[in-house]
Design a protein around this ligand. Structure first.
Ligand SMILES: [Fe+2]
Length: 297
């Protein structure tokens, strides 16, 4: 990886190929992403009543805060409008709706001062999403809902894009995780004891890249990038949206970033929806990914 492309007019195919090499793409806010942000803010503000969501953590006992997020996040994730916004964003960014599949968007929150870093607001250790049964051709999209700063965003650790890391992904199976641990997220308030794939060797967090955009600005990166939540001591909670896409042809042809060290089994592919009609990925293709990352022959 050596390049961050800013507002570049690539075709989706060329952009995917560049993302698979570890390059990053950043886009300025558009009217569509700003509408999406406005929608997310309306749900957040409703959930927190009269409190400012960015500082509400200082007004509420943590258990109450967790209870709010427990309602708010699924409401956003599964809201029909959220899917419509994703369809519009993908179209705007030149993705073929017949070939592009997306997963429902997540709302993330990163509270400040170690208020809540487990469970429903998990502070992510350095990881690749491909350790969590995401396919090597997965692309992650990330956008902040409120203003962010250097101390409350996410960080990329680019030196590991080409370097394998000893890690616990061989213990991870998405289907098992979904059936058990994920449902328990809100129970983990003080400490997160769920078994997740982590590096099993010391990680050099620097050099690292943190990209700051305006709310509604968007960052695209390969699911194989090592990335983490920046420990937040800014005094402000960060709220962001992320979602994932895959291209059907790349899935079939096993294109994507190189697999250096992802040994998980299971696959997230069964969750994806086609941008055109919200139909799933063909079952036969999902099956190919169930036993782990398929190798190119
Ligand atoms: Fe991630």
């Amino acid at each position: 990886m050596n390049t961050v492309y800013y507002d570049q007019d690539f075709s989706d195919k060329n952009r995917r190929e560049s993302l698979y090499e570890g390059n990053l793409f950043v886009y300025s806010p558009t009217s569509t992403t700003l509408e999406f942000v406005k929608f997310a803010r309306s749900l957040i503000q409703e959930a927190f009543g009269g409190l400012d969501p960015v500082t509400a953590q200082y007004e509420l006992p943590v258990e109450e805060y967790v209870a709010i997020l427990k309602e708010l996040k699924p409401r956003f994730i599964h809201h029909p409008k959220s899917k419509e916004y994703l369809q519009a964003i993908l179209q705007e960014r030149g993705c073929d709706p017949e070939l592009t599949f997306f997963d429902v968007p997540r709302m993330r929150s990163s509270t400040s001062d170690d208020y809540l870093t487990a469970g429903i607001a998990y502070a992510f250790h350095p990881h690749r999403d491909t350790w969590y049964s995401a396919p090597m051709c997965q692309i992650n999209w990330w956008l902040p809902i409120y203003e962010v700063e250097q101390g409350n965003v996410m960080a990329f650790h680019p030196r590991y894009f080409d370097v394998p890391i000893r890690n616990g992904s061989s213990e991870y199976n998405y289907q098992k995780w979904k059936a058990t641990s994920r449902k328990e997220a809100a129970k983990h308030v003080k400490k997160d004891t769920r078994n997740q794939p982590k590096p099993e060797e010391p990680i050099e967090l620097n050099p690292q890249i943190r990209i700051i955009t305006q709310p509604g600005g968007m960052i695209l990166f390969s699911a194989a990038h090592l990335h983490s939540s920046v420990p937040n001591y800014t005094g402000k909670t960060r709220f962001s949206i992320d979602f994932r896409t895959v291209n059907l042809n790349d899935l079939k042809q096993l294109k994507g970033a190189p697999n250096l060290d992802s040994a998980c089994t299971g696959t997230t592919m069964g969750d994806y929806l086609r941008a055109s009609d919200l139909k799933g990925v063909p079952v036969s293709l999902v099956e190919r990914y169930m036993t782990g990352h398929p190798q190119k022959q």
